[in-house]
Design a protein around this ligand. Structure first.
Ligand SMILES: *Cc1c(COP(=O)(O)O)cnc(C)c1O
Length: 385
């Protein structure tokens, strides 16, 4: 059995080495390192793939979120609702812009933002909702868009973990995550489902005016060279990263399929084990609550471990040569930087429970059957001992 990795970027590279190497050498040969043709072409190809009008590449997924919020003109004091159970980048940029983060609890089955908790958190100061398609599963966008419309709020999708995921609306229409809200952000961090070989990110929107605004913001607020109309930032995707992304984008659906197949094998192996709750997101699965296929791209395959010591399991797996991750070990409302007297522990029963129970297993495009067997057997032996 090959050594098990949490994410196998080397193994993935081996399959596309020739194309990646020649694309990178080509960028070097042309020396168009910044804003070269590769960046523009990648932008067009991603617009086609997502079926969205505008993709604006930028330096990373955190910038993408920040720039999306700047583009919408959110002002200090505006309240922005987001999930308590996610990576800190989401709440970080809200706070950084002087906006007021309002963290709310999540759904225990999907791990995504809880719709009723959003409703309870809305005040006259609320201006936006940031759903995160956590671990690769779409947040309940029909309900979120409905709430937003009723209250005149913006929806900013954090699609860093969900690229390629499909959302099927109650009316049957299918849309890729990141194209449903007013604006969306994504990350091309190497371990993301569409990862480059450094930092990268992008903003998506179907709104022409917002896209124009954002194109200026990423470039020092310039719409005409050396005319600075708004306070912007410097946030660019470089040409080498765009070249890597162009080589990988045509494979994204196959990559996501490989992740889903690995997830399916994990879930099958864990069936009937009382101490293990497998993730939802297969349309044909018993615990599925999704409305369509391709809805989960398994950025992470995350279990809940019941009546067993999660931290001891992590240590045990480590000893057995099985990497794992705890995403996320601390609720955001309990982080020093984001503590706020407005929060009441009783408002976060789900997040407070999940941080003690969750464990994410190795998940990438190169997982082999013998590795999955070994991982699942080791976990089952531990939790049932
Ligand atoms: C990775 C990630 C980000 C940040 O992306 P970077 O490219 O690392 O800045 C933001 N939100 C979520 C949910 C993420 O997983």
């Amino acid at each position: 059995m090959k050594k098990i990795q949490m994410v196998d970027l080397k193994g993935q590279y081996e399959h596309i080495k020739d194309q990646i190497d020649s694309s990178i050498l080509e960028v070097i040969a042309t020396t168009a390192f910044i804003n070269g043709p590769e960046v523009h072409q990648f932008q067009k190809e991603l617009e086609d793939y997502l079926d969205v009008k505008h993709v604006i590449p930028c330096a990373n997924g955190t910038d993408a979120l920040q720039i999306a919020m700047m583009g919408l003109g959110l002002q200090p004091g505006d309240e922005v609702i987001t999930a308590d159970f996610t990576f800190a980048a989401t709440v970080e940029v809200i706070a950084l812009l002087g906006l007021t983060p309002v963290l709310v609890d999540v759904n225990p089955i999907t791990f995504n933002i809880d719709v009723d908790a959003i409703k309870r958190a809305i005040t006259p100061k609320t201006k936006a909702i940031v759903p995160v398609h956590l671990f690769g599963l779409s947040a309940p966008m029909d309900e979120i868009m409905e709430i937003a419309e009723a209250h005149g709020l913006y929806v900013i999708e954090d699609n860093a973990q969900g690229i390629g995921a499909m959302y099927t609306s109650g009316n049957g229409s299918k849309m890729k995550t990141g194209t449903i809200g007013h604006v969306a952000s994504t990350s091309f961090f190497p371990s993301k489902n569409l990862g480059c070989y450094g930092d990268g990110g992008a903003i998506f929107t179907n709104d022409d005016d917002l896209a124009h605004m954002i194109r200026g913001i990423v470039n020092h607020g310039m719409y005409v060279r050396y005319h600075h109309d708004v306070v912007g930032v410097n946030s660019r995707l470089d040409s080498m990263q765009a070249a890597v992304l162009r080589a990988k984008l045509p494979k994204l659906d196959a990559y996501n399929h490989a992740r889903r197949e690995a997830a399916r094998k994990y879930t099958k192996a864990f069936a009937g084990i009382r101490q293990i709750v497998t993730p939802t997101g297969f349309c044909d699965a018993e615990n599925s609550i999704c409305a369509g296929c391709d809805c989960h791209v398994f950025h992470q395959y995350t279990l809940r471990i019941l009546d067993s010591d999660r931290d001891a399991l992590v240590a045990h797996l480590n000893e057995k040569g099985i990497p794992s991750g705890v995403y996320y070990p601390i609720p955001l409302h309990a982080q020093k930087a984001y503590a706020d007297t407005r929060y009441d522990e009783a408002d976060f029963p789900v997040t407070n429970q999940l941080v003690k129970e969750v464990i994410s297993l190795p998940m990438h495009t190169e997982l082999e059957n013998d590795q999955i067997d070994y991982i699942t057997r080791t976990i089952i032996d531990f939790v049932t001992q």
